[in-house]
Ligand binder design. Structure first.
Ligand SMILES: [Zn+2]
Length: 273
């Protein structure tokens, strides 16, 4: 006869004929006696620091300025001028070059794609992002910063648009939580912002495809416990992204996402491109 999987509880599991209210909750495949014990387990799971994946490339990427010089789209003098004024504006080099009107958007996206080792799209029809998979809620996509525009069922791959730098953490999280890999295509920042706003999953239903944003691990654990209690069985997977911990909850007939924000100063520390 097993015990509650919460070590600080250890209550014995009741006999099979116990009434339903005493039958406990299955969480991540283990038996817990109560909502409180699931909340403990969820909290412990979300507090465990994720081991950062080792970077795939050991060498530092070529600098954007070097790549643009190599592509022959800017003179040494203009590049130096942009690097100089960049110190005043605090913009990233690509944005600074466009602000000064020294290089158009297309070669910059091309160079950034070469730098990140991904493909790029010089133009992009925003309408393509309204056909995302039903299991990827719009709020989750906005949190990840990668927008699906094509689904390859056979290869279990999502083609996604993103802007530089390539959001590797989000792509790893997508693979970990859904089993789908992402193939990144770089587009201009402005197009990405439009894509993020326009994204809609196909056939989103009440059972699948919702995402709720909560502040902090304690609030997330409480939410997980409520969901587990309602369905009596739940699996929780989580992955760290730049600004959120993405938590996916899979019940017997329901999939939902929790986007757990961290301390406010970390949220505001988002890079500016
Ligand atoms: Zn317990």
């Amino acid at each position: 006869m097993p015990r509650c999987a919460d070590v600080s509880c250890g209550r014995w599991r009741p006999e099979v004929l116990a009434p339903r209210w005493a039958s406990g909750i299955r969480f991540n495949g283990r038996w817990y006696c109560s909502r409180t014990c699931v909340e403990h387990a969820a909290r412990a799971g979300l507090d465990t620091p994720a081991v950062p994946a080792a970077p795939a490339v050991a060498l530092p990427p070529l600098k954007l300025g070097v790549l643009l010089r190599h592509l022959g789209v800017i003179s040494e003098a203009d590049l130096n001028r942009a690097l100089e004024s960049q110190r005043q504006t605090g913009l990233r080099l690509g944005a600074e070059l466009q602000r000064l009107g020294l290089v158009p958007a297309e070669p910059i996206v091309r160079a950034l794609a070469a730098q990140g080792g991904v493909s790029y799209l010089p133009a992009f029809d925003i309408g393509r992002v309204t056909r995302g998979p039903a299991w990827l809620p719009a709020d989750t996509v906005r949190a990840l910063g990668v927008v699906p525009f094509e689904v390859d069922e056979a290869r279990k791959t999502l083609r996604v648009v993103c802007s530089a730098p390539v959001p590797r953490t989000a792509m790893r999280a997508l693979l970990k939580l859904t089993g789908w890999s992402a193939e990144a295509y770089l587009i201009e920042d402005e197009l990405l912002q439009q894509s993020l706003r326009a994204y809609r999953p196909v056939h989103a239903t009440a059972q699948i495809g919702e995402a709720i944003t909560v502040a902090g691990v304690a609030a997330a654990a409480a939410r997980v416990a409520d969901t587990a209690l309602a369905g009596r069985a739940l699996t929780m997977k989580s992955a760290r992204c730049d600004r959120y911990t993405w938590v996916r909850l899979e019940g017997p007939s329901h999939v939902s996402d929790l986007l757990v924000s961290r301390a406010p100063e970390r949220i505001n520390a988002r890079r500016s491109v």
